[in-house]
Design a protein around this ligand. Structure first.
Ligand code: GLN
Length: 437
C-alpha cells in the first residue's frame, strides 16, 4: 500500500494553486525577485517521518519564522527572568513592523513583532558575545532545530540592510529606553542576518516538529532547548505569531504558528506534527496567502485545532475486581491508557469508595502506556493514605510506567511485574467485584 498522506498534500496544493492574490514582499528588493508561483507543503511527524508535496526542497530565507526559535534560544541561554525583563508576552494586535513599545517600561510587547525580535536577538548566547559570535550562536541553534547546517543568503541580507530604516528606527528607540545596549546598529545587522538564513519547507517542518516534540529534534535526537522553554514559545506563537491576524488564526486554524515575509509559514501542534508551507505572495498582514488557505484546510480536514475537545478518553479505570477471598482477598484496580489528572482523580474516587472493603489493594498499571507527573503524585498519595489506613498496597507495573514509586512519609508499596504474583489462587474471581461504568 502507498500512504495516502503525500496524495492528500498534493491534492491540497492543487486546490489552492490557482490563487494568485497577494504580493511578494516589496520592501526587501531581493525578495521581490522570488518566483511567486512556488508552492510546497511538508508534514514532519514527531517521530521524524517527513511527507511533502510541491516545492519542499526550494531554499528561501527564513525571515520572521526565525523569531520563535531565537526566542527559545534566548530563554535557554539567559533564563526566563532576564528575557521577560526586556520583552513582554502580550499580543500587540499591530503589524509586525509597528514602532510601538509598552508605555512606562519601553519593553517591546512580544518577541514576534520586530521590536521584540530585535531585542531577543541581543539576548541569544552569553551577554559578552561579540556581534559575529552572537550570529554564530543563532545560526548554530537554528541549525540544531533544522537538523542540518543552515547557510546565509548574503544578497538578501545586503538588500534588507540597505532598506532597514524602519528596523533601525525601532532599534534606536529601544536603545533610548535602555532595552538595547551597546552598538544598536550591530544588533539590527545580526537580526537581519538571522532572518537571512536559508531554509526549505522540509527544514521548517522539522524545526516545527522539534517544538511539537518538546524540544527534541526528531531526526537527530538532539535536545535543542528544554521542555519548559518550548511551552513558553508555543504559547507566544499561539497568541502573537500571526501579528494583527492572531485572533482570526487562533479561532479558525488553532495551531501555534509563525509566518515569514519570504512566504514560509509554520505550525507546531504539540505531540503530533510540525507543518510548513511555502508560497511567496503575502496578504496585507504579511502572511502567505496560499499558506493561510492550506493551514485552514489542514486544520479542518485533520481536526488539528488545539482547542478541539477530544472525545472523552476511554476511562482510566478498566476494572475493579476482587481476586481470592478471606483475609488474602486482593482488590485489583486495573488502570489503562494515558493517565493524567482527570484519570487519576477517577481512580482515587474508586479507591475511596471501594478499597476500604479489603486489606490488600493493588493498582494494576499493566495496560497504562503513560502517566504524567501529576497523575503519578496523586496515585502515590493515594497509596500513602491507604497504607496509613492499614492496607497493604501493591503496584503491578511490568513496564515501569510509574518512575520512582515512592509514596513518601508513612507510605509503603510493593512493586510486582504480574498480578499472579499476588494471588494465591490465580485467576479466581470471587466477591463483590464491580465494573465501573
Ligand atoms: N526581516 C524582516 C523584517 O525585519 C522579517 C519580517 C517578517 O518576516 N515578517 O522586516
Amino acid at each position: 500500500m502507498r500512504s495516502m498522506i503525500p496524495d492528500y498534500l498534493a491534492e491540497a496544493l492543487g486546490d489552492v494553486a490557482s490563487d494568485a492574490s497577494g504580493e511578494t514582499a516589496g520592501y526587501i528588493p531581493e525578495l521581490a525577485t522570488a518566483d511567486p508561483d512556488r508552492l510546497g507543503a511538508a508534514f514532519a511527524m514527531v517521530d521524524g517521518e517527513v511527507y511533502g508535496a510541491g516545492d519542499i526542497d526550494t531554499s528561501f530565507t527564513i525571515q520572521s519564522i526565525s523569531k520563535p526559535f531565537v526566542h527559545a534560544l534566548a530563554l535557554a541561554d539567559r533564563g526566563f527572568d532576564s528575557v521577560l525583563a526586556k520583552v513582554g508576552v502580550e499580543p500587540s494586535g499591530e503589524a509586525f513592523n509597528e514602532i510601538s513599545l509598552e508605555g512606562g517600561t519601553g519593553r517591546p510587547l512580544n518577541p514576534m513583532i520586530n521590536a521584540g525580535a530585535i531585542t531577543v536577538h541581543s539576548l541569544a548566547g552569553a551577554e559578552d558575545l561579540r556581534p559575529a559570535e552572537r550570529v554564530e550562536r543563532v545560526t548554530d541553534g537554528l541549525s540544531s532545530f533544522a537538523g542540518r547546517r543552515l547557510e546565509m543568503d548574503e544578497a538578501v541580507h545586503a538588500s534588507e540592510m540597505e532598506h532597514a530604516h524602519r528596523n533601525l528606527a525601532i532599534a534606536y528607540m529601544l536603545g533610548s529606553h535602555g532595552v538595547l545596549t551597546g552598538d544598536v546598529r550591530a544588533v539590527v545587522d545580526g537580526y537581519v542576518r538571522q532572518c537571512s538564513l536559508l531554509v526549505t519547507a522540509r527544514d521548517l517542518a522539522v524545526m516545527a516538529a522539534t517544538l511539537a516534540n518538546r524540544g527534541v529534534n526528531p531526526l537527530t535526537g538532539e535536545r535543542v532547548v528544554p521542555e519548559r522553554v518550548v511551552r513558553q514559545v508555543l504559547s507566544v506563537m499561539y497568541s502573537c505569531g500571526m501579528y494583527d491576524a492572531a485572533g482570526d488564526w487562533a479561532t479558525q486554524v488553532g495551531i501555534p504558528a509563525k509566518s515569514g515575509v519570504a512566504g514560509g509559514l509554520i505550525g507546531a501542534l504539540p505531540g503530533q506534527i510540525g507543518i510548513a508551507t511555502f508560497s511567496p505572495r503575502l496578504d496585507r498582514h504579511g502572511n502567505s496567502v496560499r499558506g493561510v488557505s492550506l493551514f485552514e484546510r489542514f486544520s479542518s480536514d485533520m481536526g488539528l485545532h488545539v482547542m478541539e475537545v477530544p472525545a472523552a478518553a476511554r476511562a482510566a479505570l478498566r476494572a475493579n475486581d476482587v481476586l481470592g477471598s478471606g483475609p488474602d482477598a486482593l482488590r485489583v484496580l486495573q488502570l489503562q491508557g494515558g493517565i493524567r489528572f482527570a484519570g487519576a482523580e477517577r481512580v482515587v474516587r474508586e479507591v475511596v469508595e471501594t478499597a476500604h472493603l479489603d486489606v490488600r489493594v493493588a493498582l494494576d498499571l499493566t495496560r497504562v502506556h503513560s502517566m504524567d507527573d501529576v497523575a503519578r503524585r496523586v496515585l502515590l498519595e493515594a497509596v500513602r493514605r491507604l497504607t496509613l489506613d492499614g492496607h497493604e498496597v501493591y503496584l503491578v507495573d511490568p513496564e515501569a510506567v510509574m518512575p520512582d514509586p515512592d509514596p513518601g512519609d508513612g507510605g509503603r508499596v510493593t512493586v510486582v511485574a504480574d498480578v499472579d504474583q499476588l494471588v494465591h489462587a490465580p485467576g479466581q474471581v470471587t466477591g463483590p467485584g464491580s465494573r465501573p461504568q
